[in-house]
Design a protein around this ligand. Structure first.
Ligand SMILES: Cc1ncc(COP(=O)(O)O)c(C=O)c1O
Length: 458
């Protein structure tokens, strides 16, 4: 990417616009604001998950259809949030509705294996090239099992993870996810910081943190902990500082370093899997790790998760020495939805569509950026993309620290006020597109972005 000369953003102007846009938004969300107070009487904080309550206030959803959703105030949006990227099949896809309806009449839970397992397993083998799979119920469970497998197989306890990457909310990996810049320490020895109170420092001490896109720092981490590292988990394209793509050769290099040191290599494809390409990052970047953790898009909208690995890695699970268990693992509703999502909706054609929509969004937003000389650029792949508000390429978490959250928040407010729902926390979050997104949806997104760019450039 070439570095262009860009104009400075006037943050005073951004503050004024935030106030204007928040004032315009509040009356549109009156029902959400009031209902949250009702919910808060019995539900902590008025929401089911802390990250559902983002500034300026939580927006409660009534229903969705295809590429659209409606909030409880009756506002209609084109949905680029898509449930933090899980809904690439779109809302209430008729095939998913039919599959789930058919199954629910036959029973929704047995905690016994059912008949869709082989079809889903076969499809995941084809996409990701790993021979064996197990199912679970979330991305958190998938990476928890990946971490445990790496430790169980190698008999070692330490893990390496990337600074600034989120792998779910379990204690083994919720370390240095969005670490405080004042506490992160030197780049060659980043501090391992529990992300929330309640995670013992002892868990963090088992995790060595390294920057993304830097092979020599990964080498250093292994050299300093010889014989102690069970494995390394990496989100092959970072998806929570906008989208950060891996540099050419980086993932292949990491795999080699891991194997040279007797450690396992795992991809967290919870966000990239079945979204950036048919075979996720394995296909997009041509590197097959020992373990892949999946969730979100593979479930067609139902709670889901999956762990794929080599026969060697799964050997002790197969032999029964290592239990990988869960009451709802392979739940029949999830498996029914997953089967149609993977085999009938997210076909190769769907990825041509994601690529086409991505190209149009990227071209439209890039033209706006150039017109207004914004310090920003567009990045992404397939159904995932983002505008990164930096004049220079963001290659790792620390590069993103200089981006002022007021700019990304204002960009979110502009879209929200003009009928486009983007994920909250929009400095971190990507856009996601679905099989239902159209050229008209792209035009709407770009037109709103143009209005935002013009407003901050005045
Ligand atoms: C890369 C990655 N891994 C794991 C998770 C955790 O998934 P879940 O929220 O389904 O537990 C997320 C959630 O956003 C994620 O982005």
């Amino acid at each position: 990417m070439s570095v262009r000369e860009s104009a400075e953003v006037d943050l005073g102007r951004v503050d004024e616009l935030i106030e204007r846009e928040e004032t315009a938004l509040e009356p549109k969300h009156r029902a959400s604001i009031e209902y949250k107070q009702v919910v808060a009487k019995t539900v902590a904080g008025g929401v089911a998950s802390s990250w559902q309550d983002a500034p300026p206030h939580a927006v409660f959803i009534d229903h969705g259809e295809g590429n659209r959703l409606w909030d409880i105030d009756g506002n209609e949006y084109v949905d680029y949030h898509l449930g933090y990227g899980a809904m690439v099949v779109g809302h209430a896809h008729p095939k998913v509705v039919e599959a789930v309806e058919r199954q629910i009449h036959r029973g929704s839970h047995f905690a016994q294996p059912t008949r869709d397992l082989d079809a889903v397993g076969e499809n995941l083998v084809e996409r990701f090239g790993l021979p064996l799979w197990r199912f679970c119920n979330s991305g958190t469970e998938a990476t928890l099992e990946a971490a445990r497998l790496m430790r169980a197989v190698t008999g070692r306890e330490m893990l390496i993870k990337i600074e600034g990457t989120y792998h779910g909310h379990h204690d083994s990996l919720m370390i240095s996810v969005m670490p405080d810049p004042d506490q992160i320490g030197p780049r060659e020895h980043p501090a391992s910081l529990p992300q929330v109170p309640g995670i013992p420092q002892a868990f963090a001490d088992l995790v060595r943190v390294v920057p993304f896109n830097d092979l020599s720092e990964a080498e250093r981490a292994f050299a300093e902990n010889e014989g102690k590292i069970a494995g390394m988990i990496v989100e092959p394209a970072m998806m929570n500082c906008g989208v950060i793509l891996p540099e050419p050769g980086y993932l292949r290099g990491l795999k080699d370093i891991c194997h040279r040191n007797g450690a396992l290599f795992a991809f967290d494809e919870v966000k990239t899997g079945a979204t950036i390409a048919y075979g996720g990052a394995v296909e997009a970047f041509g590197v097959r790790p020992d373990i892949v953790a999946l969730a979100k898009a593979i479930g067609g909208g139902l709670p889901c998760g999956a762990i794929g690995a080599t026969e060697e890695v799964f050997a002790r699970v197969v032999s029964g020495e290592l239990d990988m268990a869960g009451t709802y693992n392979g739940n029949p509703l999830t498996m029914a939805a997953s089967r149609v999502a993977l085999t009938e909706i997210l076909t190769r054609d769907a990825y041509d569509h994601f690529d086409d929509i991505h190209t149009k969004l990227a071209e439209g937003c890039t033209a706006v950026i150039e017109n207004h000389r914004l310090p920003a650029y567009v990045t992404g792949l397939g159904a995932k993309g983002s505008v990164i508000y930096s004049a220079t390429p963001v290659k790792e978490y620390r590069d993103s620290l200089g981006i002022d959250e007021r700019i990304t928040y204002l960009a979110w407010l502009f879209q929200q006020n003009r009928g486009v729902f983007k994920s909250p926390w929009s400095k971190q979050e990507t856009w996601t597109t679905s099989v239902w997104h159209t050229d008209e949806d792209v035009r709407k997104y770009v037109a709103n972005f143009e209005e935002f760019a013009a407003a901050i450039s005045q």
